[in-house]
Write a protein that binds this ligand. Structure first.
Ligand SMILES: Cc1ncc(COP(=O)(O)O)c(C=O)c1O
Length: 445
């Protein structure tokens, strides 16, 4: 154990929380002991600016071996065409996207991504106008003066929304918006879109307007690696992903593209955006990619989706409305507009009951992002623990109980609401039941 007692105590508390609560944030997962050992390895000591065989500093023989192995594994896991390669150095998904933008675009070009409140990502060009209410019938979003992400500071942005009736991608409308605004880059992918994307159709739209097509598969990378979701490889011009969500390979990112483009992307990463790569993170990614080739990974990925789908149907029994009516993936979005508690209070109440989730915006959102109408739940981590349908039945019942118990306090100010939840014996009882369930599925910490 770490000798620094102050830090050791905080780590122990985090370990206990992870062990005894249900982590149901879709972007999180629990990595194997081997991935964690690799991330904690001596590779963290080394500076390795440059790429395989071309480093600025000496002593990178083994970093080169490691990076090459990681690239080769990524090629295999994502079935890359012969003329494609991989950058494994982006420190995070947002950096990976920025590196792609810096490679393909000039400052001031137009990028087109999914509207953030419908499930897009900040790094796909988010900006907004404070205190201006959105017209729900307007399906194009041009952003506002608050350019909160670098992608909206340096590029012009246009965003597409989902179909207000189905909450699904509206491909005809996306095509119309693309034809009108002629973006240089079209982006798909997001943080809260529960359905598969028609990559072929998106590529056709991009081709029609002369745009590049970037598929950001940060969330579903593990499902795609396992063949449980469809892959954009061979369709999109470039694919980015995080490695720490469904892929379960430690923190980091991968960028896939043809070899010529990867050479340029490598230069956008260094010297464009970053200094030395995190070799230790790359070591974790390498081990994690290796693990995806085991049959157990495919089982985990398909059970993750089954669990999410079963969670939808169990919650529907309690009259919870599911955005888009279900999921094809590892995540679900509950529309809470027919319930007494919205996202902020419900997520906090669930945390006291031992279920960690997050508040989220949803299509046709009328609330502020600080207290949005939805709750987002994911099944990767609990599936990694080995939980299946019978545990999902218990979890759905607890989620419903928390809503029922806490509804009586829905009118209270947030701090007063939290105090009521904190001191509720009924919520404490659920937290104990959650803990018992977790003890049957122990994490190897
Ligand atoms: C679709 C998408 N892209 C990019 C990112 C950014 O990843 P990171 O947090 O590693 O920067 C995320 C993270 O949630 C994401 O969901």
């Amino acid at each position: 154990m770490i000798k620094d007692q102050e830090v050791a105590n905080i780590i122990r508390k985090e370990e206990n929380k992870q062990q005894f609560k249900l982590s149901m944030i879709p972007s999180e997962n629990f990595f194997s002991a081997d991935v964690r050992k690799a991330v904690g390895s001596v590779f963290m000591h080394k500076y390795a600016e440059g790429n395989v065989g071309k480093r600025y500093y000496e002593g990178n023989q083994f970093v080169d071996k490691l990076e090459l192995l990681t690239i080769e594994r990524a090629k295999k896991v994502f079935s890359l065409p012969e003329n494609w390669s991989v950058n494994v150095q982006a420190l995070a998904g947002s950096n990976a996207n920025l590196a792609v933008y810096l490679t393909l675009l000039n400052i001031g070009d137009t990028i087109m991504g999914m509207y953030l409140p419908d499930g897009g990502h900040l790094s796909h060009g988010w900006s907004y106008e404070p205190k201006v209410e959105q017209n729900p019938n307007e399906l194009t979003y041009m952003g506002g003066s608050r350019k909160v992400n670098i992608s909206s500071k340096i590029f012009k942005t246009v965003q597409y929304k989902t179909n207000p009736n189905t909450q699904l991608f509206n491909y005809d409308e996306i095509e119309r918006i693309a034809l009108e605004h002629k973006p240089k880059l079209i982006i798909t992918g997001g943080t809260a879109y529960p359905r598969e994307i028609d990559y072929q159709r998106m590529k056709q739209i991009a081709e029609k307007v002369g745009a590049y097509y970037l598929a950001d598969i940060a969330h579903e990378a593990g499902l795609i690696a396992a063949g449980v979701n469809k892959s954009p490889v061979g369709i999109a011009d470039v694919v980015t992903m995080t490695t720490h969500k469904t892929l379960r390979a430690g923190r980091g990112a991968l960028i896939l593209a043809n070899k010529e483009m990867i050479k340029k992307i490598n230069r956008s990463i260094l010297p464009g955006l970053q200094g030395g790569p995190f070799n230790h993170s790359i070591a974790g990614i390498c081990v994690g990619l290796g693990e995806t080739l085991n049959p157990e990974f495919k089982e985990y990925a398909s059970q993750t989706v089954k669990n999410a789908q079963f969670l939808c149907s169990e919650l529907q029994k309690y009259n919870f409305q599911i955005v888009s009516g279900g999921t094809d993936k590892h995540l679900i979005l509950i529309d809470l507009t027919n319930k007494p508690l919205l996202g902020k209070k419900f997520a906090r109440a669930l945390d006291y009951a031992g279920i960690i989730a997050n508040m989220n915006t949803m299509p046709q959102e009328k609330q502020s992002p600080a207290n949005p109408s939805a709750l987002r739940l994911g099944t990767p981590w609990i599936t990694t623990r080995g939980m299946k349908e019978s545990e999902i039945t218990l979890i759905a019942a607890w989620i419903n109980q928390v809503m029922e118990i806490c509804s009586q306090w829905n009118e209270l100010e947030f701090a007063d609401f939290e105090n009521k939840v904190k001191s509720s014996p009924e919520i404490a009882t659920i937290a104990n039941q959650v803990q018992e369930l977790c003890m049957n599925f122990p994490l190897e910490i």
